[in-house]
Design a protein around this ligand. Structure first.
Ligand SMILES: *[C@@H]1O[C@H](CO)[C@@H](O)[C@H](O)[C@H]1NC(C)=O
Ligand SMILES: *[C@@H]1O[C@H](CO)[C@@H](O)[C@H](O)[C@H]1NC(C)=O
Ligand SMILES: *[C@@H]1O[C@H](CO)[C@@H](O)[C@H](O)[C@H]1NC(C)=O
Ligand SMILES: *[C@@H]1O[C@H](CO)[C@@H](O)[C@H](O)[C@H]1NC(C)=O
Ligand SMILES: *[C@@H]1O[C@H](CO)[C@@H](O)[C@H](O)[C@H]1NC(C)=O
Ligand SMILES: *[C@@H]1O[C@H](CO)[C@@H](O)[C@H](O)[C@H]1NC(C)=O
Ligand SMILES: *[C@@H]1O[C@H](CO)[C@@H](O)[C@H](O)[C@H]1NC(C)=O
Length: 528
């Protein structure tokens, strides 16, 4: 649990300019599944010990034994059943499934044992009769809850029927029984989980209102202010200038509708038009509408082929779509137009970081800092990347420099604290988080990190819970605090509260990706 949270948090640093995080977030789903499995283990243990105390528990249900066995002894009847099963097995081997089913049915009538149901289910699976597979496996599992083959077969049958929730429950149980040693089963659980998440998310997304992320950050560079000096000749130009001013005031929702309005009016001046489409694309990207954003950036490039920023953002969209190759090509295209700017190196650094080319990422962050030494996020990401690539001392030094250069920036201390915490220095980490909170009490991340510190280093769940609740209060739409709080509840067996938190996180999810992830987390954690 703790390690998956840490990954998400450290990665979160590159998150503010857009959420192309699918891969990483999904990477953590496997871990969440494992966590869920542990919860299951507790439950299933109690179940199975109850059962195994009475292994010879008499099973009801069968008065339909054929007459001619009435006078046979119990042993003789069992022997007959075994003979029928063996014949069934032979027929199964000859792919004569219908006949094999008949023999297993006879065996079941003689002596309703788990293995006969399971074998009959195997035949039904070959005939793709999934409902029968499920009912027979259920019979088998009623008699032997630890029956791995029956569990796997039922999981598969549910999956074939697109009953993902049930399938996930069985795969989770399977992972537990196999003690998480079978990677195939774990991969299956992950696959079903994603299908389940996608299915539920597709329903939920219909009712979602588009919303910008709470940590929206658009760099209000001096170039932005330059637009205000260009004379306006149409109504649309005036509205576009309002958009620029709203961005500078960090009123992004207003800015977003200004931009759309100015484009809709249809008479923006050439001076504004290409950049208006760039901004439209940026906002669409931020609300998670990748396809429409792509169209906007293409239009922007069509209107002004020198719009480097539109190439860069197009590249980020390809990253979001998981198309690393085209992403890199877009960067090449951008570099041919103009690569002597801070945005180019900063964003390429982010991409390199994401695809794990850490050395290149560090080079790009350093270069972006040459163009703009005041870019606090480039400095932070340089430090984080150094840390991730094992250059611990360099990372420490980068953050020490950042502390001096950006002494009033909360983010610096937040990520510095993460790095200290990861090194096991919880005293220094706590200092950093407190400083981050002091500098910006409105940011939820330092509270979340402080909570993790109390959980990991101080074993103080009560304080952690308070801090996580505070983080959610500060940022009800943030997507980072929900997971740890829900998992904290789960470890304390407070399942109803955990469910409530997961439901909140689903309500807070903005984009389809976030929604799928939130749903997956809930379903994985609550799978039983
Ligand atoms: C079973 O045994 C009873 C009494 O021993 C006998 O009357 C009956 O005919 C037997 N039934 C069969 C099917 O052999
Ligand atoms: C599945 O099993 C049911 C019940 O035995 C049977 O009626 C049906 O024909 C079977 N379907 C297939 C495709 O074998
Ligand atoms: C692992 O699980 C898969 C299916 O999930 C199964 O086919 C395979 O036999 C299992 N391997 C081991 C070593 O148990
Ligand atoms: C711009 O377009 C709008 C609506 O199409 C129109 O009302 C307005 O007069 C136009 N303004 C200029 C300056 O062309
Ligand atoms: C980095 O700084 C932390 C906090 O001061 C310290 O505990 C750690 O030993 C330092 N690591 C290195 C490699 O300098
Ligand atoms: C941080 O300090 C700089 C320079 O000292 C100042 O311009 C800026 O307004 C400060 N920012 C905040 C958030 O206090
Ligand atoms: C925190 O938020 C409150 C209310 O939204 C605002 O008045 C205050 O200026 C913010 N403080 C900082 C440091 O951003």
């Amino acid at each position: 649990m703790s390690s998956s949270n840490k990954v998400t948090l450290i990665e979160k640093v590159t998150n503010f300019s857009g959420k192309y995080w699918k891969e990483i977030l999904f990477g953590t789903v496997v871990v969440i599944t494992v966590g869920a499995g542990v919860v299951y283990l507790n439950k299933s243990n109690t179940k199975s010990t109850k059962k195994s105390k009475k292994p010879s528990e008499k099973l009801s249900a069968t008065n339909d034994k054929p007459r001619d066995t009435q006078n046979l002894s119990e042993t003789e009847i069992k022997e007959l059943a075994r003979t029928a099963k063996n014949m069934g097995n032979k027929l199964f081997g000859e792919n004569k499934f219908d006949e094999a089913i008949q023999l297993y049915t006879e065996a079941i009538q003689l002596s309703p044992e788990a293995v006969y149901f399971n074998n009959r289910a195997a035949c039904e699976a070959r005939l793709k009769n999934w409902s029968k597979v499920i009912s027979d496996c259920t019979e088998a599992l009623n008699r032997d809850p630890m029956y791995i083959k029956a569990l796997l077969r039922r999981a598969t049958a549910y999956e074939h029927k697109n009953e993902f929730k049930e399938s996930l429950n069985d795969y989770s149980a399977l992972c537990v029984l196999e003690e998480f040693k079978n990677t195939t089963s774990m991969a299956s659980a992950d696959r079903v989980l994603k299908n389940l998440g996608t299915k539920i998310a597709a329903e939920l997304i219909k009712d979602k209102v588009e919303r910008l992320p709470s940590d929206t950050f658009i760099s209000a560079s001096s170039e932005l202010a330059d637009f205000l000096t260009i004379p306006e000749v149409s109504e649309a130009d005036g509205i576009f200038k309002k958009a620029i001013m709203n961005i500078m005031k960090q009123k992004y929702e207003e800015a977003k509708s200004n931009v759309d309005k100015s484009i809709e009016l249809g008479n923006l001046s050439k001076d504004f038009e290409a950049f208006a489409y760039n901004l439209r694309g940026t906002f669409l990207f931020l609300v998670g509408n990748v396809d429409k954003a792509m169209v906007a950036f293409e239009k922007s490039i069509e209107l002004d082929p020198t719009q480097v920023d539109s190439y860069i953002k197009k590249a980020c969209l390809y990253m979001e779509k998981g198309d690393t190759e085209t992403c890199q090509k877009e960067f090449e295209a951008a570099s041919k137009i103009k690569d002597d700017n801070v945005d180019f190196y900063y964003h390429r650094g982010q991409i390199k970081h994401l695809i794990g080319e850490l050395a290149d990422a560090m080079a790009d962050f350093s270069k972006s800092l040459l163009y703009d030494p005041n870019l606090v996020y480039a400095k932070i990401q340089l430090g984080v990347t150094q840390y991730k690539s094992g250059q611990i001392q360099a990372a420490n030094e980068t953050f020490k420099e950042a502390e001096i250069l950006f002494s009033n920036r909360s983010e610096v201390f937040n990520y510095q604290g993460e790095i200290y915490l990861d090194q096991g220095d919880d005293v220094k980490a706590l200092e950093s988080f407190d400083k981050a909170i002091q500098l910006n009490p409105n940011s939820s991340l330092p509270y979340i990190n402080k909570a993790l510190l109390y959980l990991q280093a101080r074993n103080d769940a009560a304080t952690a819970e308070k801090l996580l609740k505070k983080a959610i209060e500060i940022d009800p739409y943030g997507d980072v605090a929900f997971g740890p709080l829900a998992q904290l509840y789960l470890t304390q067996n407070r399942v109803a509260e955990a469910r409530e938190v997961y439901d909140k996180s689903i309500a807070a999810a903005r984009t389809e990706n976030e929604l799928v992830t939130a749903v997956c987390s809930r379903e994985a954690a609550l799978a039983q």
